[in-house]
Design a protein. Structure first.
Length: 468
């Protein structure tokens, strides 16, 4: 090993340490931005060190440098453009597309190495085959997931006769193809079979999964991306790729498990599909249960909020869809100026991907200390004067406490235990689980119907009138 190789390995080791520290800092909204920057900076330094080593050792021809740098420039420009132009409400779709790109890139790396004879069989061939298989699943699965989130693919579960036997055959075929590659490295037939199996299984994996499970699926596909990258690292013998991929894969797997637990579902049950109804059209479904829906207006809601001592705000995807996070932030600020203790209760599956609601509110400059997770927020509700629910549905449904329905056992925010509840919603339409929300007919609940952005703007105006 040359001195240059030693230096690169030391830089990679330092980068790996920074990845771990960055991942640890992403646990809290207050430090997540710094953790993200630290991890990104570490990867940039590792890439730079690798490039310097290649120049010093003269390992790469000029044409490869041109192609590589052109790819980096193109990808960087596209990424920068997407980061600046994609709306926060479309961030789940963007994350799914990035997952697809990561998995696809890892698969292509393995394909190139295996088809060029770079692998001599054994462990490198096995990891290469698995990289192609898992990368293919991630690529097509993430694209289908992005299509569901964007509305290009129906959000409801899509199942056709024989889909599960075909999925099982694809998995078995991919594993058999990987074994073939171990025995006959560089076999074009085996490599093509593994690639087709992975691409096909990715489509069949996500199509039967409904909208309620989409946050978990995004996290699962993120874990797949990390695993595929780690496999590509084994093929190339690149320590940095192995460590980075392993960290992404393991953290994604842990997050998937936590997200599944937040909906009282097992990961195998989610992968089996068939749960959720997709987006329910606005205005569908009647009043839930046998109770009576009580309505309120903007002025009365403003009075309740303005003269409350403790308010808990529960945001849901309806807030994101209306792009009303800035109005909600301003409303919370105004209440705080009146001496009201304001908190935000964030359910683990609020929004359409893990952390979606936290990012959305952070973009609107909501102070991090005001954001509380389910375990922190639930003890507050019995002492809360007003709980303001904006666009959240299934995660507030008291029916989850009873067996025999689609949300049974799912941990929910105990909104109904507040002294008064105001729900801002366009209609009495169902959530992803496809059942009525019993919160809407609770005796302490009042419905404030309307678009979230317009309604919150009107509430702001009414509150300001109270001040004046």
């Amino acid at each position: 090993m040359t001195a240059t190789d030693t230096a690169v390995h030391l830089v990679q080791l330092a980068g790996a340490a920074c990845f771990v520290i960055g991942l640890h800092r992403m646990r809290s909204p207050a430090t997540a931005r710094d953790g993200n920057l630290l991890s990104a900076g570490a990867m940039a330094v590792v890439l730079l060190a690798t490039g310097v080593a290649l120049v010093v050792d003269n390992r790469v021809p000029v044409t490869s440098w041109v192609v590589g740098l052109a790819g980096i420039a193109t990808g960087g420009l596209v990424g920068a453009y997407a980061a600046r132009t994609v709306a926060m409400t479309a961030m789940p779709q963007l994350v799914s597309v990035f997952n697809a790109m990561g998995g696809g890139a890892a698969a292509l790396v393995a394909v190139q190495d295996l088809s060029s004879g770079g692998s001599a069989g054994g462990f490198p061939a096995a990891t290469g085959g698995l990289g192609v298989l898992i990368g293919g699943v991630t690529f097509t699965g993430s694209l289908v997931g992005a299509g569901k989130l964007q509305g290009w693919v129906p959000g409801r579960p899509l199942v056709f006769r024989g889909a599960r036997p075909v999925s099982a055959l694809l998995v078995l075929g991919g594993i058999a193809g990987t074994g073939w590659l171990v025995a006959s490295p560089g076999s074009a037939v085996a490599l093509a079979g593994v690639a087709v199996a992975g691409l096909g299984f990715g489509v069949l994996l996500v199509l039967p999964i409904g909208g309620a499970d989409m946050p978990v699926v995004i996290s699962l596909l993120n874990a797949f991306t990390g695993t595929a990258v780690a496999m590509a690292g084994f093929v190339l013998g690149d320590t940095a790729l192995i460590i980075a991929g392993a960290l992404v894969g393991s953290s994604g797997a842990i997050l998937t498990r936590l997200m599944a637990a937040a909906t009282n579902r097992s990961v195998p049950a989610i992968v089996a599909g068939g749960f959720g109804t997709g987006d329910a059209p606005s205005g569908t479904a009647g009043a839930p249960g046998a109770g009576q829906v009580r309505r309120t207006d903007v002025d009365d809601a403003a009075l309740q909020l303005g003269y409350a001592q403790k308010v808990v705000i529960v945001p849901g995807y309806g807030l994101a869809a209306a792009q009303a996070q800035h109005e909600l932030s301003e409303l919370a600020t105004l209440l705080g100026e009146r001496g009201v203790d304001v908190r935000f209760a964030i359910h683990p599956v609020a929004g359409r991907m893990p952390g979606h609601m936290n990012v959305l509110l952070a973009e609107a400059d909501v102070p991090y200390p005001q954001l509380e997770d389910l375990d922190e927020a639930n003890p507050r509700f019995p002492a809360t004067d007003v709980a303001l629910v904006v666009g959240a549905n299934d995660v507030t449904n008291p029916a989850a406490r009873r067996p025999g329905n689609a949300v049974s056992g799912m941990p929910i925010l105990d909104v109904d235990r507040a002294r008064a509840v105001i729900v801002v919603k366009r209609s009495l339409g169902h959530g992803y689980a496809g059942i009525d929300n019993e919160l809407y007919t609770a005796p302490n609940t009042q419905m404030l119907f309307g678009d979230a952005k317009e309604t919150l703007s009107a509430l702001l105006a009414a509150l300001k009138a109270l001040v004046s």
